[in-house]
Design a protein around this ligand. Structure first.
Ligand SMILES: NC(=O)c1ccc[n+]([C@@H]2O[C@H](COP(=O)([O-])OP(=O)(O)OC[C@H]3O[C@@H](n4cnc5c(N)ncnc54)[C@H](OP(=O)(O)O)[C@@H]3O)[C@@H](O)[C@H]2O)c1
Length: 448
């Protein structure tokens, strides 16, 4: 078994980078994985019954050789993203197919093809090794990791790296992800850790925060402007908790949808005045499995107008099949429906007449390029956008943490302590934390 407690001690003592770079890394370490020989374990079951507690294992895995453009990060904390739920329930496809494809790409890609998949697409930690081609990062740097895994060899990557042919999501379409004691990342995934945050607060942001930034703020997404009404599904969820903040911070008018009185209160405390409780309102957009009910779309539209007096310029969409018909209807003439996901089903149906006659646009979005991830992280570092950490689990309980997200029992983001022995460590700028305000930083946590 690996024992990295001496490394953690050095990190907590603020030991110089040379000491961390010289620390002998073990041949193996603990990681949360799904196993290739279990990828059929849930066949024939309904999605809701597939239990991540059965499929996610914490086990010893081998540390791979480091490619020249990579770094090894000692992961202090990570988070549960919905893609870890997808990996753990082997939907829509087992992720081993992604790893096998990556394995055919290059010698370095081949390292990813093993019998386990180390999952996780967020991390906060410390660089402990840097490959020979890495510029700008060195052992000792405190970092967070964004999950756009891409190199610069495809011409498309030089406009928007999300368009590159070999763009992948680290820890989902690649191995060596963040839910582990050590992770292997490309240097172009590294961002400076916000100094005023704990490890677990810093480790939950990059994936959802960057995605929400691209969807709403970036010109690659909806490019929200001041005064825009933005309708947000799941407004206290992983994506929605950041989306709501971007709308408020950018001078827009959020209309947030949630599904309980507790979440209504949380959203109001976040500063969102126009809130709909979809459970209380009882919307039934589908009469049966095949038929949508336009009168329910109209009822929702009426509720939005009653709250803010007008229709949304932007609809922030991710639930997919259950809501897309309503989302397309809801946007105002010329409005944008920006989508990055389909949690409730990816075969989408909407009434095209509402789209073309009202000149609306459906805009697709997927994670974020390095520049967008950098800008999103910068806003966290500046204390303008807050982490939405609501709870933490130790790495050993990663299955339970993923089950909570799968069953929608969480708010905001769930953090996972990997090497961090307890919550509350990792703050190096307490004065700035005080300036930003403990209350704002810990809103989701206190609420949970
Ligand atoms: N393409 C990308 O780059 C990208 C990035 C991040 C996430 N995603 C995807 O986006 C989706 C959401 O991710 P997340 O991190 O925000 O997940 P999350 O933390 O589970 O939050 C999603 C929220 O959506 C709401 N919701 C779920 N099902 C719904 C339904 N049928 N109708 C209306 N609302 C529903 C729930 O809120 P209430 O119950 O309170 O309404 C839920 O809390 C996932 O499928 C994920 O894989 C994609």
């Amino acid at each position: 078994m690996s024992d990295l407690s001496a490394l953690v001690e050095l990190i907590e003592q603020g030991a110089p980078g040379e000491a961390l770079g010289a620390f002998p890394l073990p041949k193996s370490y603990q990681a949360a994985v799904v196993r290739r020989d279990e990828q059929a374990m849930f066949e024939g079951m309904a999605s809701a019954d597939k239990d991540p507690r059965r499929s996610l294992h914490v086990q010893e895995v081998a540390l791979p050789e480091l490619a020249p453009d990579e770094a090894v990060v000692a992961v202090m904390a990570s988070s549960i993203n919905f893609n870890t739920v997808w990996s753990a329930i082997f939907e829509p496809l087992p992720t081993f197919g992604f790893l096998d494809r990556l394995g055919r790409e290059s010698v370095w890609g081949r390292r990813h093809v093993v019998d386990h998949h180390q999952v996780g697409s967020d991390a906060a930690g410390v660089v402990v090794r840097a490959g020979s081609a890495v510029r700008g990062w060195k052992p000792g740097d405190r970092v967070v990791v964004h999950c756009n895994h891409v190199d610069d060899q495809d011409p498309s990557a030089h406009d928007d790296s999300m368009l590159a042919g070999n763009q992948r999501i680290w820890g989902f379409e690649t191995n060596f992800g963040g839910l582990a004691e050590l992770a292997v990342v490309k240097a172009n995934q590294l961002l400076a850790k916000p100094a005023h945050l704990t490890w677990e607060e810093a480790g939950v942001n990059a994936l959802c925060n960057s995605t929400a930034y691209r969807m709403l703020v970036s010109r690659n997404g909806a490019a929200m402007k001041q005064g825009d009404v933005v309708f947000i599904w799941g407004a206290t969820g992983g994506l929605g908790g950041y989306a709501t903040q971007y709308v408020l911070h950018g001078g827009g008018i959020p209309v947030g949808v949630v599904s309980s009185p507790e979440k209504v209160k949380l959203l109001q405390d976040l500063g969102c005045e126009a809130v709909l409780d979809r459970a209380e309102r009882g919307y039934r957009f589908w009469r049966d499995e095949h038929t949508q009910d336009e009168t329910e779309w109209r009822r929702l539209g009426g509720d939005v107008r009653a709250l803010v007096g007008e229709d949304p310029h932007i609809v922030f969409e991710h639930p997919g099949r259950q809501t897309m018909g309503a989302s397309v209807f809801l946007a105002r003439k010329g409005g944008v429906i920006v989508t990055c996901a389909a949690t409730s089903g990816h075969r989408i149906e909407y009434d095209n007449r509402h789209l073309w006659m009202k000149l609306k646009t459906i805009r697709s979005s997927h994670f974020a390029n390095y520049k967008e991830a950098f800008e999103a992280n910068r806003l966290i570092r500046l204390g303008r956008i807050q982490p939405i950490l609501s709870a933490t689990f130790p790495l050993d309980e990663v299955g339970e943490a993923a089950a909570q997200v799968h069953q929608n029992r969480h708010e905001g983001k769930i953090g996972v302590r990997c090497l961090a022995p307890r919550d509350g460590l990792g703050i190096t700028d307490p004065a700035f934390r005080e300036q930003v305000g403990e209350d704002r930083i810990t809103l989701f946590r206190r609420h949970a």
